[in-house]
Design a protein around this ligand. Structure first.
Ligand SMILES: [Cu+2]
Length: 213
């Protein structure tokens, strides 16, 4: 009885879905079609054409970065990150086939991870299963063309960091320059001691020490 029940429960796992063919790299940096509507259990049949492409799962926000499988210790890997790896093909008449079984009705995003000699993802080589009205394939591909590593705020942070470093080092060098000018003979700390107080000597000596470091 229990066994029969278990069989019935497992049965849907063995019901095969539809095959959906997708050509990879047949007409340049393209998936054709570039987006499909698929149900759980359907199989995307990727045919890889020359030269050397991948089908790698990413996210809408970061189209050109492989998704991280971070579901923790209880992860049963039903939603493992999909990645064909590199599929080198030399003969267009014999494409290499790689199957991906759809595990969700949710939008699922993919890109080609080939970056040499040109970056295929930022060239627009991306693919989507079940894009939505809010997250369209067109927006996803535009994200990829814009660099594909995340939102523009990420880029802003990256730019701000070197700017913060720069004032620090220029302050140090301008202190050193002032010290030398006050000395007039390149032996700044000693000369200033004669005309200034002990406190200013300490300050200048500190600046010189900082510059030396
Ligand atoms: Cu490619």
């Amino acid at each position: 009885m229990k066994f029969a029940l278990a069989l019935v429960t497992l049965l849907p796992l063995f019901v095969k879905g539809a095959d959906i063919p997708v050509a990879v790299g047949q007409t340049g940096l393209t998936f054709e079609p570039s987006s499909v509507t698929a149900a759980e259990g359907d199989v995307i049949v990727f045919s890889f054409y020359p030269k050397n492409h991948t089908v790698t799962q990413s996210s809408f926000a970061a189209p050109c970065t492989k998704l991280v499988d971070d579901d923790g210790p209880d992860d049963d890997d039903d939603d493992a990150v999909a990645d064909s790896g590199f599929v080198p093909v030399t003969d267009a008449s014999t494409p290499t086939v790689w199957n991906y079984t759809v595990t969700s009705d949710d939008p699922t995003w993919f890109y080609c991870a080939q970056a040499s000699p040109v970056n295929h993802c930022t060239g627009g080589m991306v693919f989507a299963i079940n894009p939505s009205a809010e997250r369209t394939f067109e927006a996803f591909q535009q994200n990829a063309r814009n660099g594909g590593t995340g939102s523009s705020s990420t880029t802003g942070t990256g730019t701000a960091s070197p700017t913060n470093t720069s004032p620090g080092s220029s302050t140090t060098s301008s202190q050193a320059t002032n010290t030398a000018a006050a000395g007039g003979n390149g032996n700044g700390a000693v000369s200033v001691a004669a005309s200034g107080g002990a406190a200013s000597l300490l300050a200048i000596a500190g600046a010189v020490a900082a510059f030396a470091l």
